[in-house]
Ligand binder design. Structure first.
Ligand SMILES: Cc1ncc(COP(=O)(O)O)c(C=O)c1O
Length: 400
């Protein structure tokens, strides 16, 4: 008998570790490394939010709360859904967790039985398939290529659904592509779901506020009220309010599902950090000007990165609607050779060679389920982005 659970055999180690480790080694050896891998805003948490946390500590609000969130925060979340998404939820339909990540995990743990399928459009956030596997389900990935702007078509969704499908995990704007579904594109998907009443939707709206130009964000239950009873709407303060380290995320859905998720949380982690919950109350109830200012900065960086990457030989970089990622194709570089004699056979080789030759760290597309591509997180300064893109241009120009 071995110590480790057989469940762990179903899960692969993070495919991004190889690049991250190499980047750390190069940095430790004194190399000038520019990391474009981080999935978090580079801004500091706004002052009013930090002050709310300090005030909570000073007032002794440092004890346990209800396992899935305190009433004041649930109230603030209900108000946010009504204000920003036109969705009406009662506090007993809200679950607060240690990041959106815990909410997604709890929901899958609470609902999946062996053999249950979960449809995941690819490119996907790396954790979705492995969370499904940890919860005993089967991920069914649907490849959505550059030709559809990395978005799933209604026909693809329809074809992926079987009698065993329990959930669709939907993420717009997306990590890793930044692709956002328009109202019409989303409605076409919800129409498909209305024809399959056994399928639930887990909508990961984490990048809701990071949208550009005149793109308008919509969530599935908002577009199709007929889906309200079988949707878990997931969001959090991490990306919108530059609060990744505070670890507060939340989900809203039917009470029986929220109750089931609470059962799991109450027997595992209990309440998310109390001081962070008070900070999140201020984030959601306080001034919201930060959101638009933040999005403006990211839009400028997106434009910079898209134009510089498209100027690189062999790279095709679509312009995404949101988040802080771009997901360029390197199809034009495959089969070429580096000055050192390495053939670029796939995106993993491209990213490894790029890092070794130029010190620019990006994540290869195979980690997100669609190749040959790489993901750039542009949550860093314009200067760093300009230098990194110049290095990528030189790297591509030197391939033959
Ligand atoms: C698409 C997506 N969903 C969820 C999360 C998790 O966010 P949190 O920090 O709230 O756990 C991330 C973080 O990278 C993400 O990119």
């Amino acid at each position: 008998m071995t110590l480790l659970s057989a469940t762990l055999d179903r899960v692969k180690p993070s495919p991004t570790i190889a690049v991250t480790t190499l980047a750390q080694e190069l940095k430790a050896a004194g190399r000038d490394v520019i990391g474009l891998g981080a999935g978090e805003p580079d801004f500091d948490t706004p002052e009013n939010i930090k002050n709310a946390a300090k005030a909570a500590m000073d007032a002794g609000k440092t004890k346990y709360t209800a396992p899935d969130g305190m009433p004041e925060l649930k109230q603030a979340i209900c108000a946010k859904f009504a204000r920003e998404n036109g969705l009406t939820y009662q506090p007993n339909q809200i679950s607060v967790g240690t990041g959106g990540k815990q909410i997604l995990y709890n929901a899958l743990m609470a609902t999946l039985n062996p053999g249950d399928e979960v449809v995941i459009p690819a490119p996907y956030w790396v954790s979705y398939p492995d969370m499904v596997l940890l919860a005993g389900g089967e991920p069914v990935t649907v490849e959505c290529g550059i030709d559809t702007g990395f978005k799933m078509t209604p026909a693809q969704l329809d074809a992926a659904i079987t009698p065993k499908t329990k959930w669709l995990i939907f993420n717009s704007p997306s990590n890793p592509t930044g692709a956002g579904y328009t109202r019409d594109e989303l409605k076409a998907l919800t129409d498909v779901l209305m024809r399959h009443p056994h399928v639930w939707v887990m909508s990961d709206d984490m990048y809701e506020h990071l949208v550009f130009d005149d793109f308008e964000f919509f969530s599935p239950a908002q577009i199709e009220p007929g889906l309200y009873e079988r949707t878990l709407t997931v969001n959090g303060v991490s990306k919108a309010y530059a609060m990744t380290g505070w670890r507060i995320g939340y989900g809203a859905g039917p009470k029986f599902l929220i109750d089931a998720m609470r059962k799991i949380q109450s027997q595992s982690t209990s309440n998310p950090c109390t001081v962070s919950q008070w900070a999140a109350v201020e984030a959601l109830n306080g001034p919201q000007d930060f959101l638009a200012e933040n999005a403006k900065v990211f839009q400028r960086r997106r434009d910079l990165v898209v134009s510089m990457l498209n100027a690189a030989e062999g790279i095709d970089c679509p312009t995404p609607e949101g988040a802080f990622y771009v997901y360029p194709s390197i199809a034009g570089c495959i089969g070429k050779t580096t000055p050192g004699g390495t053939v670029i056979e796939d995106d993993e080789t491209f990213c490894k060679e790029l890092l070794e030759a130029t010190g620019v760290a990006v994540v290869f597309g195979a980690a997100f389920g669609v190749s040959p591509n790489f993901r750039v997180s542009y949550a860093t300064s314009d200067e760093q982005l300009t230098t990194a893109c110049e290095r990528i241009q030189s790297f591509c120009a030197a391939l033959s």
